[in-house]
Design a protein around this ligand. Sequence first.
Ligand code: F6R
Length: 614
Amino acid sequence: MCGIVGYIGNREAYPIIVKGLKRLEYRGYDSAGITLFGKAGKTFKTKGKVADLERIAGNNNNAGNTLGLGHTRWATHGIPSDHNAHPHLSNTGRISIVHNGIIENYASLKKILTENGYSFKSDTDTEVLVNLIEYIKLSQDVKIGRAVQIALNQVIGAYAIAVFDLDRPEEIVVAKLGSPLAIGLGTDEYFIASDASPFIEYTNRTIYLDDNEMAVISRDKGFKMYSITSDKALTPKIQEIQLSLEKIEKAGYDHFMLKEIHEQPTAITDTFRGRLLIDKHTINISGIEQHLDVFKNAERITIVACGTSWHAGLVAEYLFEDAARIPVEVEYASEFRYRNPVINKGDIVIAISQSGETADTLAAIKLAKEKGAFVFGICNVVGSSIAREADSGAYTHAGPEIGVASTKAFTTQLTLITMMGLRLGQLRGTISSQDFERVGKQLTKLPKLIERVLKYDSLIQEIAREYKDATNFLYLGRGYNFPAALEGALKLKEISYIHAEGYPAAEMKHGPIALIDENMPVVVIATNKGHYEKIVSNVQEIKSRNAKIIAIVSKGDESVKLLSDHVIEIPEITESLVPILASVPLQLLSYHIAIMRGCNVDQPRNLAKSVTVE
Ligand code: F6R
């Protein structure tokens, strides 16, 4: 996590960096800082958001500083505070650094540095790194680029760093291992950032550094890239950026989360456009088509993911087993990587990740590759680390998701997963052509159906008003609706800070039912056709314990409606697609409750969008 931004060129650095940091606040927002260099160079840093940094920094828009480094932090080592905020300066004050990642062996490095007379003002691993760089520079009499390289070879951990040395005022040194780093190439100016969003209005040419790559970026001499481990000079791969400015702004919505909820019809269309070819009776996902044998012959699939993406993985488990008759296991990436999982050659491991940067998911696929699995990545962010590390994959094409709570990323993951399930079923001969066509056609209707569900906004606001002060919520569902219940509960807890649990409806009687009384709102997703009477019985069990029931039902439902205090009717659709449709009212419910409780929905406390620490 953490976002870094840098600039070197002929313009005023401060406004470019501050605007860029605001775009990267999704990566962390507990403290912020900036180092400027030029006519009135200075370092400012503070606990809080970028807006707090602007308050303490004052007006630097015409100060004549044409070089700068900025940082927005998600704390790992050391609490959010002014002194733990980046940039960190070396003991002489001549070298400054911004860092995203974790230096795992910082304690032993700190000990060596302390023995050599260094002292530390913060509790961070980053301050250790900048002093290690300085110690190497001074003791080995090398330039800053070389000192950075030597230091990084002594470091264990993950980093994207940008380093500035007053002794080389015309250059910035950057390096990457594990955390993302992009360089924007302008005319006689360079931008550095954790993703391309801070510089899209200035240039559409970028280089995404790969792991173990570093660059020395010089105002007048351009930039040179090297391997951190082998000294080898590298040829940069310049790419054209596909992002547009309007896509990363709020477009009239009060919050990114609300905008992203409303973008789902378009985002889902973008996911299936050009792939779902019902007229031709096929689905073309190139990452599958290029590896047909692997998908035909695999004996099992393991899915690794975290958070919301893990919930998408659970839906995939139900769907792939149902449509393609292949055993599927869904694993938390963080658990998978620290076990000794049984993965055989020929197994498929699917990683699901919006950001494509989640450290645990990335580590899990590296482990799976080592064990001989074929790794398929489902990512949203184009060019992200997981997308690059995977053997093959498919993008969800949801567009930038900036609100920390995942919304359109989830429903587009489910859209892609549905297409994959259908295609695998077709390839393996386990799905009838009627079912293939029926589900495929329903998928194309989803954007219109979501538009209809979005119109329930005022009904959902009323429900939110009634329950905004609840301290606990339960979410229940059976079958495909169980992962939808988990996702509904996660949405509520992460943005409104109300404790919420998702359960398979039938598990209630094995313990959680003890929690139920008249103060417990229970959200039930009760659209099931197959086991309708079972979910009706579950709702009855809850009702007889006086809970308040908010039910999501299919149009035409009769029994659940009668038992519920509030009913949200969603259009009738095949069971495997309900999680997509039912997620929309659940997202809106969380959104409105959080707003009514005065919470910051786009930047909930303690969270960050991209979790690049383990
Ligand atoms: C919840 C949320 C997180 C992410 C999780 C994985 O709304 O966004 O639970 O789903 O951190 O992130 P990705 O999908 O980027 O790997």
